[in-house]
Design a protein around this ligand. Structure first.
Ligand SMILES: Nc1ncnc2c1ncn2[C@@H]1O[C@H](COP(=O)(O)OP(=O)(O)OC[C@H]2O[C@@H]([n+]3cccc(C(=O)O)c3)[C@H](O)[C@@H]2O)[C@@H](O)[C@H]1O
Ligand SMILES: Nc1ncnc2c1ncn2[C@@H]1O[C@H](COP(=O)(O)OP(=O)(O)OP(=O)(O)O)[C@@H](O)[C@H]1O
Ligand SMILES: NC(=O)CC[C@H](N)C(=O)O
Length: 558
């Protein structure tokens, strides 16, 4: 095997593994290694727990799963007897010290080294202490064909356990970090800061390899990169897309310098959020084997944005939009829904709900005698739509997508077993004002990799109309809720920032309103527990991140 004296060619495999698909992930890794070999790589760097998929959650508590992962790794190791590139890859391993989130080095046909993640993240969306045991000690660098490589795993570079310093003190020449780092807004900058801090502390160049793809609520955005020892950006791989990049490192004195690698522009703000929603939806639908999706298209902004995301994710032929009008549905809504579907090129159906709604009303008439019509009758419309969409889903196999934005999900402005029906919600973590911003952005741009058309796919009339659930005459959202700019700001303070009522009032909000929003937020917890998963976009989403009790008498009375 060649000793790497002056040049080290590292192929970075920024790929999209599937949790639990060990054979598929191994096949994907083999294909990448063959391609890397053809391009002259000395080493192929995969990502955290690649063989298992990330996060595997309680799957790693299943002995059969661990055995299958280890067998796959041993098979892959045998491939490296061919004299081609070695491999650094993540896998769970059960050892005498426990089940470890591990990274292994494969070369000469064997596993030549294994290292265990020391810092197990257990906050926000992470739950690793639940299933893994931390590495009992920080393993030293691995001698890979004469280069001493340090192998921290993801959180090892974020925490303060000194993993990188220890590796540097033990003689590492370069740090190769395997990651399963999910997207949230601003995450790329945060990662760059974290890595630069470690470069400053260790004086070593750091190569950061991240996976890509959707896994339930999480979207891994890739965007792998390296920072040179002089703190400059050495290369930057794309965000939200698979890629296999060959990076060429040259030894200069005591330091490895990245001399060649890709340098791509990354999406920002609305573009990044939109693309994350599309990738999260696409992978949820495809990895779970659905032929397509179906949704209620109301002529409102939420379902229009979801339809656009669905077409961008899956292609127009896999998306079916249904207008389900009732007597309160305006002619404008019907026209807007059809215009939106036509602009997107997806299937469009018109299915009036008068008969089933009146049927329910008639059945309930003897029981409701003497009562006033209200929310019950409004919810019946929503539930009828939900029932019909589920029937279409059952019959033809497409999954229903549900369309509640984060503002509505926060305050419970949605009907259980009605418009909350559905398997996945692409806009669950977008506040209403962000929904508008993304609609405007999408009308002016086509995201990279999108399967939908260019142009005004969300008619401006949809974006500009007053939001209404159209469940009774002349209803608007603002009959029940404060204006969305106000509501969203209060919610962001309460949910993302856990601020006190006093501090929120100090931003200029009315105290009684803040108390009311806090109350609505708490009493809607039961609905969120029954809500479909959706793509995490903010620092704190409902589901994995924010875990509040349903039964909760606490109110901030400041
Ligand atoms: N803690 C708890 N644990 C378990 N269940 C609990 C509960 N608290 C209430 N419940 C139950 O939940 C039910 C009430 O919830 P639910 O039936 O959903 O209905 P509800 O929340 O009363 O009403 C739905 C609201 O959403 C609005 N909406 C509906 C549809 C679409 C839109 C939109 O613009 O997108 C807005 C609608 O105008 C109305 O204000 C009751 O039957 C109650 O028993
Ligand atoms: N007339 C309708 N036809 C088809 N689907 C509908 C109709 N009305 C409501 N829906 C479905 O129920 C969801 C909740 O819609 P609703 O109109 O009550 O309020 P919304 O949250 O403002 O959504 P949107 O902005 O999409 O209208 C919609 O996003 C849509 O999927
Ligand atoms: N898999 C991990 O250890 C991820 C934790 C890390 N802080 C991140 O989000 O990037």
């Amino acid at each position: 095997m060649d000793r790497l004296t002056d040049t080290f060619r590292i192929a970075v495999a920024q790929l999209n593994p599937t949790v639990g698909d060990i054979a598929g992930n191994l096949a994907m890794a083999r294909k990448a290694r063959a391609e890397a070999a053809a391009r002259g790589a000395d080493l192929v760097l995969f990502t955290e727990l690649f063989i298992a998929g990330y996060p595997p959650e309680d799957l790693v508590l299943k002995p059969a799963f661990l055995v299958a992962c280890e067998e796959a790794i041993r098979d892959f190791a045998k491939d490296t007897a061919d004299g081609g590139p070695g491999v650094v890859i993540g896998t769970p391993l059960k050892r005498a010290s426990g089940i470890h989130n591990s990274v292994v080095v494969l070369d000469h046909g064997e596993i030549i080294a294994e290292r265990y993640k020391v810092d197990l993240p257990n906050y926000g969306e992470f739950d690793e202490k639940r299933v893994f045991v931390a590495g009992p000690h920080i393993g030293g660098p691995v001698n890979y064909r004469g280069v001493r490589i340090g192998l921290p795993v993801c959180e090892d570079i974020w925490g303060d356990l000194g993993v990188c310093e220890t590796l540097a003190e033990a003689g590492a020449e370069i740090l190769l970090v395997t990651n399963g780092s999910p997207y949230h807004r601003g995450k790329v900058d945060r990662r760059h800061q974290v890595v630069i801090r470690q470069v400053i502390e260790t004086g070593l160049p750091i190569l950061y390899a991240n996976m890509v793809g959707g896994q339930d609520e999480l979207v891994f955005d890739g965007a792998s990169f390296a920072i040179q020892a002089d703190k400059s950006l050495a290369f930057q791989m794309p965000e939200f897309a698979e890629d296999l990049a060959l990076t060429v490192w040259k030894r200069e004195g005591d330091t490895w310098i990245c001399a060649e690698g890709p340098m791509v522009r990354l999406p920002e703000n609305e573009e990044a959020d939109y693309t994350a929603c599309v990738l999260g939806l696409r992978d949820y639908v495809n990895k779970n084997g659905f032929p397509g999706v179906i949704l209620g298209l109301s002529g409102g902004v939420d379902s229009a944005l979801c339809a656009a995301m669905a077409v961008d994710a899956l292609g127009a032929e896999r998306v079916r939009a249904v207008m389900l009008p009732y007597r309160y549905t305006s002619q404008g809504s019907v026209e807007d829904a059809e215009k939106c579907a036509r602009a997107l090129g997806c299937k469009y159906d018109y299915l009036p709900i008068h008969e089933p709604v009146e049927g329910f009303m008639r059945a309930l008439e003897p029981f409701f005698e003497g009562t006033d019509p209200g929310v019950t009758e409004e919810n019946l419309q929503s539930r009828t739509r939900g029932t019909l969409l589920m029937a279409l889903s059952n019959k033809f196999g497409s999954m229903v997508i549900t369309t509640g934005n984060k503002s509505e999900m926060s305050v419970g402005y949605a009907t259980l077993y009605g418009d909350m029906n559905g398997g996945f919600n692409p806009i669950k973590d977008l506040y209403k004002m962000q929904v508008y911003a993304l609609c405007r952005w999408r009308n002016a741009h086509v995201p990279v990799g999108a399967l939908g058309p260019a142009g005004e796919v969300i008619p401006v009339s949809i974006i500009e109309k007053v939001p209404s659930a159209e469940l009774r005459e002349n209803q608007t959202d603002q009959d029940t809720l404060p204006p969305y700019p106000v509501l969203d700001d209060i919610l962001e303070c309460l949910v993302e920032n856990e601020m006190s009522v006093d501090d929120i009032v100090a931003r200029g909000h009315d105290r009684a309103l803040v108390h009311r929003v806090e109350h609505m937020l708490y009493v809607a917890e039961y609905k969120r527990r029954q809500a479909a998963p959706g793509v995490k976009i903010t620092r704190k989403n409902f589901g994995r991140d924010r875990r509040y009790p349903i039964t909760n008498k606490f109110r901030d009375r400041s």
